[in-house]
Design a protein around this ligand. Structure first.
Ligand SMILES: [Zn+2]
Length: 137
């Protein structure tokens, strides 16, 4: 059985796959970060429905569908640095390594905010730092 792309060391079927297939919902913002990373790594176009459903309506109007379906980036690993939940709000800081279409390695470092609406954790927005040239996690 293949391991989950989110770097959890768990089987994909027991980790993020049920979320990507819309069979279950992540129980925490941390789990949502893992699942969204998987969606991007496996193909944001393929898992667009999951990504859209876990995007907060307040910021989802900023989504550029062309960006979302741009599968030119090769995502490497995910590292969650910090996660904190207070009621229906959560903050997660993470790093995700990727290689762009020119083969240049980057680290996407983000402090992201999440809200839980009717039992669904959603990505609100985040502060992003892109650390070009760093080793991909
Ligand atoms: Zn996973």
């Amino acid at each position: 059985m293949s391991l989950c792309p989110c770097s959890s060391a768990k089987p994909f079927a027991d980790c993020c796959e049920p979320f990507l297939l819309l069979q279950d919902k992540p129980k925490s913002a941390r789990a949502l970060v893992r699942a969204r990373f998987c969606a991007y790594k496996l193909g944001a176009g393929t898992y667009r429905e999951f990504l859209m459903r876990t995007w907060h309506p307040a910021t989802a109007n900023k989504i550029n569908i062309t960006d979302l379906t741009n599968d030119n980036l090769q995502w490497a690993g995910l590292e969650i640095l910090f996660a904190e939940q207070k009621g229906d709000k959560a903050r997660v800081e993470f790093k995700a390594g990727y290689t762009d279409n020119l083969g240049q390695p980057h680290v996407h470092h983000e402090r992201a905010l999440f809200h839980r609406i009717k039992g669904t954790w959603m990505y609100l927005d985040g502060q992003v730092r892109d650390l070009t040239g760093q080793a991909a996690g």
